[in-house]
Design a protein around this ligand. Structure first.
Ligand code: MRU
Length: 374
């Protein structure tokens, strides 16, 4: 017989309120919230509609959560991870009446289903694995008690993500150039996490400290996470934001107007290679050419030590129509062939440092990456 013991028996659902939401960052509504206790549901801020409309997508089934992740209603690696944890909770509720074995079998099916929603951000699989481990280690014979433990764990993960991002901000604030400029690509902001963001966390902390700096934001074709989300959230927080086309990044770095680049990550391999939004690699190359430091900010949940290098990271290929046009307008011949990789891999040698919640990895190497997991 296998011995089972809860890895953290101090986590109890009774200690959480019925509604658990991301802490407020500036004027933004919470990215992710659980409402209604044990009979509750997951609420996602629908990021496909921002910045024009602030609407909530309610997820009552595992299919709702899968679709919310696939459609990018919730997106950004850490936010996808937390949403997937709640997806596991929702899917597992269907087998709550079952005894332990039946409950765990359904849980595996739910986790495997959610894993198929998007391939690149490792936080998704990380969250499913963690929830599965917690369920297997929970010393309960019945599905209902294991399920309550899972809901509590998802709440813990939500709070941990906000705390990790806050720490990233505290570790990284010193790299924000006083009176200078910083360039970012895509949205690794509060909207991409539970709160504060990863790349933007040092900016939020520096801004709170009253420091003056300008943030240059790449608009990030094809889905415009830079203009729709990053420019929106940083401007709403009162920062000095300048939006530019992606193709303006190299000339900006050459001009000297930005003294640092900070981006997020979807998956970081054991050697420090970084997968992030398509176009990140081009920015890293330009930064290297012009001797501008290139920083990656990410929590440890974004590292995948099972992959020796970035070559093994699965890259999501999205629909051709996102490139042929967008947001209702056709901007290319309707049948033109397209490539639409959603991410690219920046080799570790182009990354000056990785800012994590436990400190700064510098220089970036297999050894320095391993050290943050010691
Ligand atoms: O396709 P998206 O919008 O999910 O891509 C998001 C990014 O590439 C982010 O930079 C990354 O997930 C880090 S989020 C803190």
């Amino acid at each position: 017989m296998t011995t089972i013991s809860d890895p953290n028996p101090t986590v109890r659902l009774e200690d959480f309120p019925a509604d658990v939401a991301a802490p407020a960052v500036g004027q933004l509504p919470p990215t992710i919230a659980w409402r209604g206790g044990e009979r509750g549901l997951l609420e996602l801020l629908d990021q496909t509609l921002l910045p024009g409309k602030s609407a909530i997508r309610s997820c009552r089934t595992k299919e709702d959560v899968w679709q919310g992740i696939r459609d990018l209603a919730v997106r950004g690696a850490p936010a996808i991870g937390v949403a997937a944890a709640y997806g596991v909770v929702i899917g597992a509720r269907a087998a709550i009446e079952q005894a332990r074995e039946g409950f765990l079998k359904n849980l595996d099916d739910v986790g495997n289903y959610l894993r198929t929603s998007r391939p690149t951000a490792v936080n998704l699989g990380w969250a499913v694995d963690r929830m599965t481990r917690v369920a297997r280690d929970a010393a309960s014979p019945d599905g209902a008690s294991i399920w309550r433990r899972l809901l509590a764990e998802a709440h813990v993960m939500l709070r941990e993500d906000a705390a990790a991002c806050r720490k990233i901000g505290e570790h990284g604030a010193a790299i924000i150039p006083d009176g200078g400029g910083v360039l970012t690509h895509c949205n690794a902001g509060a909207l991409a996490t539970v709160a504060y963001g990863t790349a933007t966390a040092p900016m939020y902390v520096a801004h709170e400290q009253g420091r003056k700096f300008r943030v240059f934001v790449d608009e990030t074709r094809p889905l415009l996470q830079g203009s729709r989300l990053t420019a929106f959230e940083l401007a709403a927080a009162g920062m000095d934001v300048v939006l530019q086309c992606d193709s303006a990044a190299a000339s900006l770095l050459r001009s000297g107007a930005a003294q640092a680049v900070i981006v997020g990550a979807d998956r970081i391999a054991a050697n420090g290679d970084v997968a992030n939004k398509i176009g990140t690699y081009s920015v890293a190359l330009a930064a290297h050419r012009h001797s501008v430091p290139f920083y990656v900010a990410a929590p440890r949940s974004t590292f995948d030590l099972t992959l020796p290098s970035g070559d093994a990271i699965p890259i999501e290929e999205r629909a051709a129509d996102e490139v042929r046009g967008g947001f209702g307008a056709l901007t290319a011949p309707a049948q033109i062939a397209c490539r639409n990789p959603a991410f690219d891999v920046t080799p570790a040698e182009l990354v000056t440092a990785i800012i994590t919640e436990v400190g700064i990895v510098k220089p970036v190497s297999r050894e320095s990456v391993a050290r943050i997991f010691d």
